[in-house]
Design a protein around this ligand. Sequence first.
Ligand code: AMP
Length: 112
Amino acid sequence: MDCLFCGIVAREIPATVVHEGPRTLAFRDLNPQAPTHVLVIPKDHHATAAALADADPAYAGEVLAAAAAVARMEGLDSGYRLVANTGDDAGQSVSHLHWHVLGGRVLDWPPG
Ligand code: AMP
């Protein structure tokens, strides 16, 4: 399968990895939208959060726990945002579940 994030998991594509678990990986976004912008993914290929929650709810929880660990590691004590863009209308550009962990500044709400 030709998947960018599977390539990062396989270490075929370089990334700045900040956290790794047995089944999760977290790395800095190439085009950060906030002082902290980390992507947290399952190592196995699942297209969306919903697909993973359907297939393996415990694994979906593991990915969320990894996102929370990253937020703690990055010192985002005053707040952060978790976003999983899902599908075309949300602008999902990589079809491998990724939680964006965004923080380090006051984040606008609602987003544009
Ligand atoms: P989304 O638009 O929600 O699917 O998010 C995809 C994210 O992946 C974007 O924020 C991109 O900047 C990011 N991205 C694309 N390629 C890479 C890469 N090679 N390493 C790290 N982040 C990437």
